[in-house]
Write a protein that binds this ligand. Structure first.
Ligand SMILES: [Zn+2]
Ligand SMILES: [Zn+2]
Length: 336
């Protein structure tokens, strides 16, 4: 009689081939665990977090009003709002996501300072919490331990998950993830310690005052356009990675998982929409098979590397990608 653990055929299909390839041996917490399955029984009742529902509604009303103010905005205010958008997106894409959640490259202090600044401007929870949620999202994708489980629908995976109490499985499994790399990083823990004054200053006060102080914009335009509208846009476009890129698009790398390739999401997030690739190879610094194709973030990291501020970028070999496409892809890849 064999003592080998028996895994069903369905689960075996999901066991990643690349585990032997080990291009990033120091991090395993974002690797999909096909053995984790939801417990049987009805899902627990939703517990609304009214404070978040009210604040999120007010922000969106403010952002809609901001849209009506755009025609009366000074040109520099619109330009400034766009610059803040890009800085925030890099704080999420190059920072919280590719650097801190997945450890796909290394960054020197000046770059990490820039990324923590952008990340605080983006105000999507501090890096430590963002990375813990995100590692759980990869490891337990589309189960109740995935904080924004897309099986619960578009709205839940987009924003609903932030408006209700976390599912007990998220707390249980997320709490057990190894976060020691971030706990050891002083800058990340500094941001976490001073997060509230940090967001107040960098996400709200600074973007409102800069247009008023430097080019005589009204405080109203600064607040509603450069702050509320810019912040709401950054949030919604980032959330599309969790909603749209888990629901719409092809799955050329692994048809057994829900994340998909979504070019529109890549445009908005500057490179985070190649989501079937990213969930298949979470350790690739480009989060895509292609480097600069609809991927400003990879271009940005490469520029930082040219300046000596980023290094040790992890890349999956072409051969491993092609082998995976052949083994688990949906046939939509041009090589097939
Ligand atoms: Zn990720
Ligand atoms: Zn995802």
């Amino acid at each position: 009689m064999s003592t080998t653990t028996i895994i069903s055929k369905e689960k075996l299909k999901n066991v990643p081939l690349y585990l032997g390839e080990d291009i990033r041996p120091e991090m395993k917490e974002d690797i999909y665990d096909p053995t984790y399955q939801d417990a049987e029984g009805p899902p627990p009742k939703l517990e609304y977090v009214w404070r978040n529902i009210i604040l999120m509604s007010l922000l969106h009303v403010g952002a809609l009003y901001g849209i009506t103010l755009i025609p009366s905005c000074k040109f520099y205010t619109c330009l400034f709002a766009c610059v803040c958008y890009v800085i925030s997106m890099e704080g999420i894409g190059a920072g919280a996501h590719r650097l801190w959640s997945h450890r796909t490259y290394k960054a020197r202090l000046p770059l990490r300072l820039f990324l923590i600044f952008g990340n605080t401007m983006a105000f999507q929870n501090d890096v430590y919490e963002w990375a813990r949620d995100h590692r759980a999202h990869h490891k337990f994708t589309e189960t109740h331990a995935d904080p924004h489980n897309s099986r619960r629908g578009f709205f839940f995976s987009h924003v609903g998950w932030l408006l209700v109490r976390k599912h007990p499985a998220v707390k249980e499994k997320g709490g057990k993830l190894d976060m020691s790399d971030l706990e050891a990083e002083k800058l990340v823990m500094f941001q976490r310690k001073y997060y509230k004054p940090g967001i107040l200053l960098i996400c709200f006060i600074l973007p409102t005052l800069v247009p008023w102080y430097f080019w005589g914009e009204t405080l109203k335009h600064g607040l509603y356009v450069a702050t509320f509208l810019r912040y709401a846009l950054t949030l919604n476009i980032t959330w599309l990675v969790n909603s749209a890129a888990h629901l719409y698009g092809y799955r050329p790398y692994d048809k057994n998982i829900d994340p998909r390739e979504n070019a529109l999401v890549s445009v908005g997030t500057m490179g985070e929409g190649f989501h079937n690739y990213h969930h298949t190879f979470p350790f690739d610094y480009s989060a895509s098979e292609y480097r600069w194709h609809i991927n400003f973030t990879t271009f940005f990291i490469d520029c930082m590397a040219a300046l000596g501020l980023a290094y040790d970028q992890k890349e999956v070999s072409k051969a491993a990608v092609l082998a995976r496409i052949k083994r688990t892809g949906d046939g939509s890849h041009k090589s097939g």
